[in-house]
Design a protein around this ligand. Sequence first.
Ligand SMILES: Cc1cc2nc3c(=O)[nH]c(=O)nc-3n(C[C@H](O)[C@H](O)[C@H](O)COP(=O)(O)OP(=O)(O)OC[C@H]3O[C@@H](n4cnc5c(N)ncnc54)[C@H](O)[C@@H]3O)c2cc1C
Length: 418
Amino acid sequence: MVESLTEQATDVVVLGAGIVGVSAAYAIRARGLSVTLVDRKLPGEETSYGNAGILSSGSILPLNKPSLFSALPSYLTNQNAALRWDPTWTLRNIEWVLRFLANAVPSRVKPRATALHGLIGASLPLHRDWIVKAGVPERIRETGWLKVWRSDAVASAKAEQAALADYGIKSELLDRQAISALEPNILPVYKVGLLHTQTASVDSPGNVTKAYARMFDGTGGLIRQSEIRAIVPDGAGWRVVLGDGALSARHVVVALGPWSPDILRPLGYRVPMAFERGYHQEFKPNPARSLQRPIHDAEGSFLMTPMEQGVRVTSGVELTGRDAPSNFAQLAQVVPLARGVVEFGDAVAAPWRGARPTLPDSLPMIGPAPRHSGLWLAFGNQHIGFTTGPATGAAIAAMISGAQPPFDVGAFAPSRYL
Ligand SMILES: Cc1cc2nc3c(=O)[nH]c(=O)nc-3n(C[C@H](O)[C@H](O)[C@H](O)COP(=O)(O)OP(=O)(O)OC[C@H]3O[C@@H](n4cnc5c(N)ncnc54)[C@H](O)[C@@H]3O)c2cc1C
């Protein structure tokens, strides 16, 4: 149901209809509260549209881990497809960069991996359940995720396999022949592979988010398309100021992804968020050369996912301002590499750009704002927000209702930074 009233009182207003906000809205509604979900766009049209569609069981080690230090020299020239950085942005945000690096030391890896394992572990069953309930089970593929190396990187693959096994996450080590058997349509450029067998993927993250939004709508939730201008404490609750009216609610959930810090600044919260920007472009697939699963070329620094509209090639990280002009250099670097792996045709659309919202410890904020009652924060899901959206939303729903969240939310408390 698309909301059209200008003034509406509701139990909860959820700000942002990406995968996190849609998931929160659905999970809160499922607990019997009235919910209005607000976004200036239709659901799932920003970051939750353009990602690589991987529902990753194994992404428990964030980018800021010890191996980042050995990779740093290769980033200095700013030519590496894995990471480009804007010097001006870096100088202005040096505090964020140093905090991010400080979290990469060995002693800070395990607690964060354990926290992310809990979040991911709670999220994947929800995706598998919701995608069926939302009526789009055909959009999920249970074919795993294949990470591949061009060099003889058996030691790297085995180290990753062992790290995953510590958390009970299964994977299979593959040689060139086994890779070809699994993906017969790719050229034999890879020597080593690691198949994440418990990982799934979807053929359109935007459409999956829209399907979850329709499911929310079907339970009596309201969706309102409006610009969100401000949130203002109002008695025991909140007034949400929109471009075309206002809403009042007992609780407000901020799930604005990379835009979340903006709405919180006037309330005195300075969210230390950086934007790991990324690009994708989709290409006409050759039906005789199809891919069975997402492929991550570890040394080429790109991902390829078979999507509804074509082969989606996704680039690495660009550290710069959220709204800085696009720089397609990384995409230009990796698309020819991808073409050398599998045959595909012309681009089906212009390149897309998005921003992975990342806090210095690479953990999202999931929980209450420290100094305001009824204000809930759900953002910062970095590279794995599409995977972790459902459990992020379910945890917020539980906390609003005074129930136990489905995983240990301690490490995600907003108070660690605010
Ligand atoms: C290149 C790339 C590849 C990725 N690949 C994967 C992957 O394979 N698997 C995975 O799990 N994750 C992946 N991610 C990460 C994932 O996409 C994000 O973490 C996730 O989509 C964040 O979701 P969100 O709901 O927090 O934000 P968003 O989807 O951005 O939603 C925020 C919403 O807020 C709305 N909004 C903002 N400001 C306002 C305002 N003032 N008024 C009204 N509305 C507003 C926006 O319109 C938007 O709809 C990838 C990200 C990128 C960039």
